[in-house]
Design a protein. Sequence first.
Length: 131
Amino acid sequence: MDGHVEVLRLLAKHGGALNMQERLSGNTALHEVAWRGFSKSVEVLAKAHANLYVKNKAGFTPLHLAAQNGHNQSTRVLLMEGCGPDVKNNYGDTPLHTATRYGHAGVVRILVSAFCNVQENNRVSGASSSI
């Protein structure tokens, strides 16, 4: 499975609604490919100007989902395409909180190298992602 890179390229080329959100979850195509770790598809959508900061109904951005699932390359692509590393979801979690919670050391290293705020507190639990 490759995230249907060619289909996404065609959609982008012909003005497809790249930022359309699914009714129940609020996920966009970028959320879905980031969540699954399809880094080439993430890159295609990001370069086609899909909204990197769009949040689903839980407030998760595509970067949160890539971090939660330990997808190093998708995380790198989102950051390199301009996504800021400190965006918060509805629970006050940054992607660093999420990667730390799920034990994804590779993603943590990538986020730290992107100068994320390692002192940021989670507003709900007060937990810090200090490492």
